[in-house]
Design a protein around this ligand. Structure first.
Ligand SMILES: [Zn+2]
Length: 189
């Protein structure tokens, strides 16, 4: 599940070398959020080893992605800050967790994909207001849910099986259930 790239939080977008990106990934693996998600994946029967995470040069305008059975990629040419890498790791691990806990998850199904995007954008902290300010979105009231909706639709636009209208319908129809589903967290972190 690839993530559409958003306005960068840094002034320039120079990207990183593979080596730099790999060491940022290693650093990111030490953050509490990423460690917690890996623990929960292991408990759920889907442990992910260190080689599950890869630095890749991405052609599409995405910051990272999760590919079932293959791993999590971080787009070294699209990221600059450690925080961006940490976010990609947490976000994609939530997709991996959803894939693990639901045997019948079908990524070509707009509603399934939308649900996982709602959860990963909500629970990873992608829409924390400080990150939104850095992206240049200055609206505070209702910012979090607006931000999640915007990012869900951006990700779904990369799904060839979901038209724009189908993506919107799917997102709204499952919003409450998926927004309130905070597993593996007790509540939204
Ligand atoms: Zn995603």
């Amino acid at each position: 599940m690839e993530e559409e790239q958003e306005p960068s939080s840094s002034a320039y977008s120079g990207g990183k070398t593979m080596k730099q990106c790999e060491s940022m990934i290693q650093k990111g693996l030490q953050t509490p959020m990423v460690r917690f998600l890996r623990e929960r994946l292991e408990k759920a029967g889907c442990p992910v080893a260190n080689n599950f995470f890869k630095a890749i040069n991405c052609e599409a305008d995405v910051s990272g992605g999760y590919i079932r059975g293959e791993g999590i990629i971080v787009c070294m040419n699209k990221i600059d800050l450690q925080d961006e890498v940490n976010q990609v790791l947490a976000h994609e691990l939530i997709h991996a967790y959803d894939d693990c806990r639901a045997a019948n998850l079908d990524w070509t199904d707009c509603a399934h994909h939308a649900c996982s995007e709602i959860r990963s954008n909500h629970l990873s902290g992608d829409c924390h207001y400080k990150r939104e300010l850095l992206r240049g979105y200055l609206k505070i009231r209702g910012h979090e849910q607006d931000c999640i909706r915007r990012r869900v639709l951006a990700s779904l636009s990369g799904n060839p099986y979901c038209s724009e209208a189908a993506a919107k319908d799917a997102m709204e129809s499952i919003w409450d259930v998926c927004y309130n589903d905070t597993q593996p967290f007790d509540r939204a972190p």
